[in-house]
Design a binder for this molecule. Sequence first.
Ligand code: TRP
Length: 430
Amino acid sequence: MTTVRVLTGIKPSGTPHLGNYVGAIRPTVRASREPGIDSYLFLADYHALISTHDPARVQRSTLEIAATWIACGLDPERVTFYRQSDIPEIPELTWLLACVCGKGLLNRAHAYKAAVDKNLADGRDADDGVTMGLFMYPVLMAADILMFNAHRVPVGRDQIQHIEMARDLASSFNHLYGEHFTLPEAVIDEQVATLPGLDGRKMSKSYDNVIPLFAPREQLRRLIMGIVTDSRVPGEPKDTEGSAVFQLFQAFATPEETAVFAREFAAGIAWSQAKERLFERIDREIAPMRATYDALMADPQRVEAILRAGAAKARAQATPFAARLRAAVGLRSLDALAQPPADTVRTSKSAPPIFKQYREADGRFYFKLTDAKGHVLLHSAGFDSPKTAGQAVARLKTEGWAACADLHTQVHVLADPQRIEAALAALRET
Ligand code: TRP
């Protein structure tokens, strides 16, 4: 089965609330358990530095958010769950991408433009208070995505432009240096549940109407008892439509439980009783997760160990991939430029260069050419079938270096042309 790589970043900021849980955490955790999905989830802590300069807060949020996701059922064994700042290849790739990114592209980024517009409207210098971090945000995000060649990136509408920019940067890089990157697609969940908050408006930190996901049981009850309702008295039928109590219940209950609750509304359940039901229903789902969360918060070392293990898993891919990218742009060992010393020339008579064909974990077919000493002279991008890979090898063998230039999107050159030409010539003789 072909797997689809799905990648999402979570900015570690603020304390998660029920709206985040229902709208993002719960569906993402569920999706990560589906077969055929290779899920990458990371804490975007480099991104967090753009909006806060409070070190203790960054550290605290990292712990809170990591503990939240694990408590909510994310399985670190199954998902690649890591902290962005544990992957040094990401800032490295950010630079490689920055060097193929037109400044004008970033000038058009919504978040940057909004900051500029606000400055101008307030009579300030256009770039007042704008850091390079904010300006470069889309490039860092593109590096997050392209580093793991994600196919799909589930994001909110506000992030679509960032995914488009990641595609633009991937295309520019591929065009210059060969097909290294998959073009990612944004996945927008049209029916993403938005929960009402305590005052009936959308639950959001900026409205100060949130119910923290892991509020202790008693605080959860108090907050729920404070949800705004209309003034209908017990015995009077209540509208389910537009009722925050009802909508919150629905987000946690089965359709059957919701139908029963609707009948109770029609029969005039007292608001206090309805809220009690709501509280018990939410707490039933949250309580076990809250216990895990509290245990993790009390044991930061365990969370650290989980994140480290995730980083090791992520780097097993990122490190070799970054090495290929470095070579592709010309950040290469100078050894490859050395004239082969006389004795290698002699041994190369007995041990000729070889093409090796192989299949990688991504299911695609690759080849590489190594010289007599085992130095890799060139390697290929992934081919869909062994046949197409074999055809490219055949062309290289017959046409030599000229084919290399022609196949530049499929072949990454790691040594200078003379050495490759010599190796291909030696192959033809054998
Ligand atoms: N910008 C995203 C947000 O604010 C967070 C993020 C950072 C991200 N890197 C990412 C999301 C890569 C998806 C993919 O929500």
